[in-house]
Design a binder for this molecule. Structure first.
Ligand code: ZN
Length: 193
């Protein structure tokens, strides 16, 4: 396991559950690092119980249904209390999925520009197949009303392809043909942090 990917996977978990405590994150991380999560089928995972974290059963089953996670620990004695919260078995599964996603291949292209006004147009027929993320940093704000930005666009897809785009930078319009080449998902995250 890569440290950098784990850090990013935890960051995503924190963003998704900003009100959860440090100990909740820590317990999810322990479960993940001890390799207790196994994919069992589509949207089903088995999480090995850890007695040191208070688990009474050797295994727990986590399911994802209609966008919601359910854990078999909900059905135990403590179920009623636990149902309203997200247990750390589920958190470990989310961490596992975040990690796997970051570790997967994508096809990407990067554009770096410096402009006051900028816009990148992706053909509408590619919407859904191609995603765009960007990071924007002000590099010159001496003209307060028109600060200059350094913009990094990452255009990526789950498949290799060539994407025709229109890039507008301070009134200068350029037609670009971008070849999306193979990289890892976490590289995309690092580029636009
Ligand atoms: Zn649970």
């Amino acid at each position: 396991m890569s440290r950098e990917l784990i850090d990013l996977a935890i960051e995503r978990l924190r963003e998704d559950f900003p009100n959860k405590s440090k100990s909740w994150i820590r317990r999810a991380l322990i479960r993940f690092m001890k390799n207790t999560v196994k994919e069992f089928g589509e949207n089903v995972w088995v999480v090995k119980g850890l007695p040191e974290l208070g688990d009474k059963y050797p295994t727990y089953v986590v399911r994802l249904r209609d966008g919601r996670y359910y854990c078999s620990c909900f059905e135990s004695n403590w179920g009623l209390r636990r149902k309203s919260e997200i247990c750390t078995h589920i958190a470990a599964v989310i961490l596992y999925r975040n990690y796997k996603k970051l570790d997967s291949d994508v096809y990407a292209s990067v554009i770096n520009i410096e402009c006051v006004d900028y816009y990148l147009e992706i053909p509408s027929e590619l919407k859904g197949r191609v995603r765009v993320v960007k990071s924007v940093r002000v590099v010159d704000s001496s003209d307060r009303l028109n600060p200059r930005h350094r913009v990094t666009y990452v255009i990526y897809s789950s498949e290799p392809m060539e994407v025709r785009t229109k890039l507008v930078c301070d009134g200068d319009v350029r037609e670009l043909s971008l070849k999306l080449t193979r990289t890892r998902r976490y590289i995309v995250e690092l580029l636009v942090r």
